[in-house]
Ligand binder design. Structure first.
Ligand code: AP5
Length: 222
């Protein structure tokens, strides 16, 4: 299955991708995660990307497109993939379409997590991430068992620099300015399916699984 997860910051794309990974056995490709890794490693790409990420601006298209094109060459994507946070501009969407055409494959579905801006602000303000395994928590909605400590690996939890309210508001503006037009782009291609990202995470997951069955993307016994 080849999926694109589309939606504003804090819509729950990463959370659902992590839940789906178990059921679908396909890799989760998050451009945000890849870029943050590059920043952490202080690689040339990371040094270029750092400033854009911390201000809530988009990293330039050529950088992100190159990252994704490289990732799509890996052997593990042959069984399918979930793209999370890519594409984010029309240029990126067109580059993806050309690349997949060359590989003789196509996107099965684009899932749009329609989410209220207030939900994004509330969620991102409380998000905590494990510094070791990147597991995702929320201080109220999905708290760890021990405050500040990851349930899965015991790593320390931290707050993303771009989750400050002012930066989140800018990320939302950038989303509406640069990314929201992809909703129509994929709707016109007949690929878009919309669900509410405002609902509770388990409910969203159940809706997603039902959607995949309805679309004939999963055997009905799963
Ligand atoms: P990226 O990391 O992609 O951030 P984003 O798209 O802004 O998405 P988020 O990770 O903030 O939100 P999400 O929808 O995944 O929500 P999550 O599941 O984590 O990008 C960061 C930056 O990198 C960009 O600003 C840009 O600079 C750069 N970048 C990345 N891709 C790029 C590209 N293609 N082009 C150019 N630049 C790019 O959930 C959030 C919180 O809510 C968590 O705490 C979670 O526990 C909680 N939560 C999730 N779902 C629910 C629920 N249903 N109910 C209650 N709580 C929930």
């Amino acid at each position: 299955m080849r999926l694109v997860l589309l939606g504003p910051p804090g819509a729950g794309k990463g959370t659902q991708a992590n839940m789906l990974k178990e059921s679908l056995s396909i890799p989760h490709i998050s451009t945000g995660d890849i870029l943050r890794e590059r920043v952490k490693d202080n690689s040339p790409i990371g040094r270029k990307a750092r400033q854009f990420i911390s201000q809530g601006e988009l990293v330039p298209d050529d950088i992100v497109i190159e990252i994704v094109m490289d990732r799509l060459k890996a052997a593990d994507v042959k069984s399918g993939f979930m793209l999370d946070g890519f594409p984010r501009t029309r240029l990126q969407a067109e580059a993806l379409s050309r690349a997949l055409k060359k590989l003789n494959i196509s996107i099965d579905l684009v899932v749009y997590f329609k989410t209220q801006p207030e939900t994004s602000i509330r969620r991102l303000g409380g998000r905590r991430i494990c510094s070791q395994c990147q597991a995702n928590y929320h201080v109220q909605n999905m708290p760890p068992q021990k405050q500040g400590i990851c349930d899965q690996c015991g790593g320390a939890l931290y707050e993303r620099e771009d989750d400050k309210e002012e930066t989140v508001r800018n990320r939302l503006d950038v989303y509406f300015r640069e990314t929201a037009e992809l909703i129509d782009y994929y709707r016109e291609k007949g690929l878009l399916r919309t669900l509410s990202g405002d609902k509770e995470a388990k409910e969203v997951f159940a809706i997603l699984m039902a959607l995949f069955k309805q679309e004939g993307l999963m055997p009905s016994c799963q």
